[in-house]
Structure formats: C-alpha cells, structure tokens
Design a protein. Structure first.
Length: 246
C-alpha cells in the first residue's frame, strides 16, 4: 500500500494539479490573483518561460529596408526642391529689382534732357509770355512729365535742405527762426525718391538785419551772375526779331 503523503508504491513523484480556472467553482466568485489570468496579458509573466524565450525577435525584411531607403531619399529630394524653390524666388526678386532700376535710370536720363525745356517754360511764365497756344502746349508737356513721376520742388518759404537745395546766396534776418528759402533761381526736380537736379536758391538764416545786409553785399556777385544768365537768354530771344528786321 502507498503512504498517505501521496507517494506511490513505485516511488514516483506526486502529481501536482494547479487550478487555473478564473472563477472559483465553490464560491462562484472571480479570482483576483494567483491564477492563469493574473497577468494583464492573460497569463503570468515569467522571464524564464521557455515559450516566451523561444519567440523569434522581429527581423527587418528587404521590403522594410527598401521602404526606409525610399523615405530617406524622398526627404532628401524634398529638401533639394525647397532649396531650389527658394533660390528661384530670390532670383526672380533680383531680376525684377534690376529691371526696375534700369527702367528708372532710363526714364531719369530722358527726363533730365527735358529739364532745359522746363526752365524755358519757367522763364516765360515769370515774364508773362506763357499765354495762348504756347501755354496749352506747356501745360500738356508738364502734365505728361508729372504723370511719368517727375516732381518739381523749390519754392519761397521752404526750409533749406542741403540735400535738395544748392544755396548760392545767403543772408540773415531777425524774422526767421530757421534757414529758409527766400529766392528761387532754378527749380529742382526729383523722380520718385531719386534726386534728378537740386534747386538753386537763396537762403536767409536767423540773425540781425545788419548781418543780413553784409551777407547781401558779400554775395552780390552770385545773384548778379544768375540773373545775368537769364538776361542774356531774354536778350537773345528779344534781339532775334530785330536782327531779322535789319
């Protein structure tokens, strides 16, 4: 006979039975731990479990390697495309800027040649000769040049700006607080923000009236020269009919 400790007469090891049922058959309640479902994955996690150790590790196939290479190549091509696009955009901006500069310089060159005509129109207007058909043509010409962007500046009462005005006469007076344009010998012109020609002016600065008189005496030759040029031009215009009569 076998002993009551579970051993058989043949000396074999006792058989151990583990109840892995999730629900206790006696109480009908759900077992909380110690059973087959105690692990969140449905079984106990045993690092030494030969079944888990025998599971093969994931191995990248040729298709996976090809996919990774394709992704890397696509990223490189995208970066190249973005760089080329940025370079082309900068090139377009540079070409447009250079083209605009060429057009502006060409326009300024043509308008500069017209300044002598505008000076003649100004002199005729000051002498009261700008009338009739001549005035209509002059107004039309001035309108076209203004539409092209040419702007006239330099008027009595403007504050003196050395960047835009060329002073050929200077005086002082007690009734001015800043250097002010008091005489305009020749108007200035600008094309947009580009200075085409400065205005030739006489300037009066703050000071006493006596020093103003001294300043007039010192610069008396300059306005005389400027006026003399106009007088010579006017004389040539007036004398031409006389010579024809002779």
């Amino acid at each position: 006979m076998s002993e009551q400790n579970g051993t058989t007469g043949g000396g074999e090891e006792p058989v151990t039975i583990n109840d892995k049922r999730r629900i206790d058959p006696d109480t009908g309640e759900l077992r909380s731990s110690g059973g087959f479902f105690s692990s969140p994955f449905g079984r106990k996690s045993d690092p030494g479990d030969p079944e888990e150790a025998a599971q093969p590790l994931p191995v990248q196939t040729d298709a996976d390697l090809a996919l990774e290479a394709a992704k890397q190549e696509a990223a490189e091509r995208t970066a190249d495309l973005q760089r080329v696009t940025a370079e082309y955009a900068n090139y377009r901006k540079r070409v447009d800027r250079d083209r605009e500069l060429v057009v502006r310089n060409a326009k300024a060159s043509v308008l500069t040649e017209m300044l002598t005509v505008l000076d003649d129109i100004d002199r005729a207007d000051r002498h009261g000769d700008l009338t009739g058909a001549f005035k209509a043509v002059a107004d039309r010409l001035i309108g076209i040049l203004t539409k092209a962007g040419l702007t006239q500046f330099g008027a009595v009462g403007d504050e003196f700006d050395p960047a835009r005005h060329e002073a050929v006469q200077f005086a002082t007076a007690s009734d001015v607080s800043v250097q002010t344009v008091t005489t305009v010998m020749r108007h200035g012109y600008s094309l947009g923000d580009k200075l085409v020609r400065p205005a030739v002016v006489g300037v009066t600065g703050p000071g006493d009236d006596e020093s103003a008189g001294a300043g007039d005496d010192q610069s008396a030759d300059e306005p005389a020269d400027a006026g003399g040029v106009d007088d010579v031009i006017d004389a040539e215009i007036v004398d031409e009919p006389v010579e024809e009569q002779k």
